[in-house]
Design a protein around this ligand. Structure first.
Ligand SMILES: [Zn+2]
Length: 398
């Protein structure tokens, strides 16, 4: 996955605690903690099976765009999607073939819920300090395979859920090939998602009630946070769903036990990922991602290194995220995200488009602003020191 959208200072915003103990207002009705708990025994997602998919994907080798491994994985994904209508969507970008894979169930029925994950893996390990390692492709156990594994395991169970609305699974290519300095072809972040979004009709965009991206969700030490940009109602839903599943510290789960710290919804981290372009056209979307991978720091640790390997991923973490998405489907949360009035969408859209365009500029501005302020401060401090010496000396003369 991705990169951070602003510098570290601006990244982490502490938000007021949202009303997770309350209820979620959806177009399908009000969802309460008790309603979620009444469905928790129905959950089918199997973390062990998802983990086997991670092992299979890593075993194929790096899933770099246009590689054999990439093609083999697409075929395997298609073969695993029993009961779904599967379509390869091929695009050309700067001489490169980009292939997204979209699977649909209940086509044409009601609202559309979209679940999205990138299946490509980064062609360089540019977070490695050793130049012999930094040119190697990442294994992509967490960054690539984990999201695909969660979607595939959900895909096994969704047909039997008897949902009344359309569902699409989108496996995107070329999410993770941005900002490559040397030794490879640099393609902008989230290009596959951008092409998928650009090829939606106005009718499809209006009909999508929610879109959920899952990326880097397998870290055995799962530490999810809210991410930005993202739909507020969907994040409130995530807060309630994860609390009921025992993923939130100091919140009671459906058994009355205190939760773990897998989900920290009091922290928000800005991220450019596959959710960004759908949001820019007004689709309610969130990115469920753990950007603290093998480290307490954001985008450090195993991220984009040779250590993004199968031993860092656990069935338990995959299952937590799988259950979160599954419970939202079963409780009719994701199909009932209400839409803001169209003028709000336009304003939000403009703000987000501006944000994307100015990400680099803002980061640079912030850095130069900090440096500039320091220089001015030091200049004044020097003048003040010199002035006080002169003043002291002249006082002494008197
Ligand atoms: Zn990545």
């Amino acid at each position: 996955m991705m990169r951070r959208v602003l510098t570290a200072i601006a990244l982490i915003l502490i938000l007021p605690i949202a009303s997770s103990d309350g209820e979620i207002h959806t177009t399908n009705g009000i969802i309460t903690h008790d309603i979620l708990c009444s469905q928790i025994d129905e959950l089918q997602f199997d973390g062990e099976r998802a983990n086997q998919s991670v092992a299979y994907q890593v075993g194929l080798g790096p899933r770099i765009p246009q590689s054999n491994a990439s093609s083999i994985l697409r075929t395997s994904i298609s073969e695993n999607l029993t009961g779904w209508q599967v379509q390869n969507q091929s695009h050309q970008l700067d001489g490169l073939e980009i292939v997204n894979l979209e699977a649909t169930l209940n086509a044409g029925a009601g609202k559309i819920v979209v679940l999205m994950a990138h299946y490509d893996t980064r062609q360089v390990s540019d977070q490695e300090e050793d130049s012999n390692l930094s040119i190697l492709p990442v294994p992509g156990a967490n960054d690539g395979a984990s999201g695909v594994a969660v979607l595939l395991e959900l895909a096994r169970h969704i047909p039997a859920m008897n949902l009344s609305h359309e569902i699409r699974l989108v496996f995107t290519d070329v999410e993770d090939q941005g900002d490559i300095a040397s030794g490879g072809v640099s393609i902008p972040w989230a290009s596959g998602s951008r092409l998928w979004t650009e090829n939606l009709t106005v009718g499809e965009i209006e009909n999508i009630s929610s879109l959920i991206v899952v990326d880097m969700v397998g870290d055995s030490n799962l530490t999810l946070t809210r991410t930005s940009p993202g739909n507020e109602t969907m994040w409130q839903a995530v807060e309630m769903l994860s609390a009921s599943l025992g993923m939130v510290a100091d919140k009671e789960d459906c058994n009355g036990d205190n939760g773990s710290g897998q989900m920290d919804t009091s922290t928000t981290i800005g991220i450019l990922d596959d959710h960004t372009y759908p949001i820019s056209v007004g689709i309610p979307a969130i990115d469920i991602i753990d950007v603290k991978y093998g480290s307490d720091e954001v985008l450090a640790g195993h991220w984009h290194t040779q250590n993004d390997s199968i031993d860092k991923v656990s069935a338990q973490s995959l299952q937590s995220v799988g259950h979160l998405v599954e419970l939202g489907l079963r409780a009719q949360v994701w199909s009932g995200i209400s839409e803001p009035p169209s003028h709000e969408i336009e304003e939000e859209q403009k703000l987000i488009t501006d944000d994307i365009a100015e990400i680099e500029a803002k980061s640079l501005d912030m850095e130069s602003a900090v440096v500039g302020s320091l220089i001015i401060f030091m200049l004044f401090a020097t003048i003040a020191a010199v002035a006080s010496v002169i003043f002291a000396e002249s006082e002494g003369e008197l």
